[in-house]
Design a protein around this ligand. Structure first.
Ligand code: GLA
Length: 405
């Protein structure tokens, strides 16, 4: 009898873990969207700032456009107490993380936090090494919904094992917490990240520049883009490549470049973490960040990352297969001159989703072509696409398969 009871308990425990594992995989069926403090504010984080950003996300239409997570990056933590508990900076977060989390939740948003797999964070605050389960329990008690987990002061750890430990710790809390692996692509997290986290950084940190091959110190938009080629096979619902957070609106690029940066991240099915001051943003920044038709490319439920399809001189053509046989085509002008493009759909083939992993096969169908920045249907694929693309600009079109049904 006692043996039977033990067996039943054992069964219930493992069924529970199994079910939780399934729900973990379902936590980010489309790429996470939100805001993170680092790109604009660095260590200058506070309770007031975070509340202001949550308020702004609601009032400026970003929440309605799909943004959800408000994430405090490095520098919220100041020390550990004598029991090893992590302590938020009491000057900057006087009412504490639980109250802040409740506030964010009351706005219909979710709360994210940051730590590091090493002994210290990149800004020399206490890291989670040796405290993973204690920290995870603390985050769950505060009401944390998202953890970004960095890789400074890692002291020779095995990356997969280090991230798995924190992943197990988060899972053991029983709370749904998205796990963002921020290991900069050093140990190919795309090969082992699925099941451990829902997203993984693929490169070093982004800098607020479009083409920063000369002015080094991080990577510009084009430099990050180039490093995504070939990674498309690793992304899918619940497990995403993360080319780093957005710089849109931070001042180092033109509006045209920010529009391209945002578009390319949507083509990559990238997590969309805004990194600007949501309280002080220009109309053009708001229009970029809240373009629902462009966001729909990122959030498409098929979950296929776009890939580089063709290079035509200075113009690159990126393609992303979408639900219902639709597709997005992004024409990017990387050069310094305006380019006139005459794109023959028939010559290059029109590709639509098929079940093979590459996602496309040749189709004879005719599609409607919609420009997603001008919100206009500009023709069909029976005609050549004749477009003028400014330097560093994109033209993004959605091929609508409706006509074929
Ligand atoms: C690393 C990460 C950044 C940011 C900083 C904070 O550089 O890659 O995204 O979190 O640490 O110190």
């Amino acid at each position: 009898m006692r043996q039977n009871l033990a067996f039943i308990c054992f069964f219930i425990f493992y069924a529970g873990v199994g079910l939780y594992g399934q729900s973990f995989d379902r936590l980010a069926l489309t790429p996470p969207m939100g805001w993170n403090s680092w790109n604009k504010f660095g260590c200058n984080v506070s309770e007031k700032l975070i509340k202001d950003m949550a308020d702004a996300m609601v009032s400026n239409g970003m929440r309605d456009a799909g943004y959800q997570y408000i994430v405090i990056d490095d520098c919220w933590q100041i020390k550990r107490d004598s029991a090893g508990n992590i302590v938020p900076d009491p000057q900057r977060f006087p009412t504490g993380m639980k109250v802040l989390a409740d506030y964010i939740h009351s706005k219909g948003l979710k709360f994210g936090i940051y730590s590091c797999a090493g002994s210290m964070t990149c800004q020399h605050r206490p890291g989670s090494r040796g405290y993973q389960f204690q920290d995870a329990r603390q985050y769950a008690a505060w009401g944390v919904d998202y953890l970004k987990y960095d890789w400074c002061f890692e002291e020779g750890q095995n990356a997969k094992a280090a991230y798995k430990t924190m992943s197990d710790a988060l899972k053991a809390t029983g709370r749904s917490i998205v796990f963002s692996i921020c290991e900069w692509g050093e140990n190919k997290p795309w090969e082992w990240g699925q099941g451990i986290g829902q997203l993984w950084r693929t490169t070093n940190d982004i800098r607020d520049g479009f083409d920063m091959s000369v002015n080094w110190g991080g990577l510009g938009v084009l430099q990050i883009l180039d490093k995504q080629v070939g990674l498309e096979q690793y992304a899918g619902p619940g497990h995403w490549n993360d080319p780093d957070m957005l710089e849109v609106g931070n001042g180092g690029q033109t509006n045209t470049e920010y529009k391209s940066h945002f578009t390319l991240w949507c083509m990559l099915a990238a997590p969309l973490m805004a990194g600007n001051d949501l309280n002080n943003m220009s109309d053009s920044t708001r229009i970029i960040l809240t373009n629902k038709e462009v966001i729909a490319i990122d959030q498409d439920t098929l979950g296929l990352q776009g890939f580089k399809f063709l290079t035509m001189g200075n113009i690159e053509v990126w393609v992303k297969a979408l639900n219902d046989g639709d597709a997005a085509f992004c024409f990017l002008n990387r050069g310094n001159q305006t380019e006139d493009l005459n794109f023959d759909w028939k010559k290059h083939g029109i590709y639509h989703f098929s079940t093979d992993k590459n996602g496309f096969k040749l189709s004879k169908n005719i599609y409607q072509v919609k420009d997603l920045w001008n919100h206009k249907v500009i023709g069909t694929t029976s005609d050549n696409l004749k477009i003028r693309i400014k330097s560093h600009d994109v033209v993004l079109v959605r091929l609508n398969a409706v006509k074929n049904k």
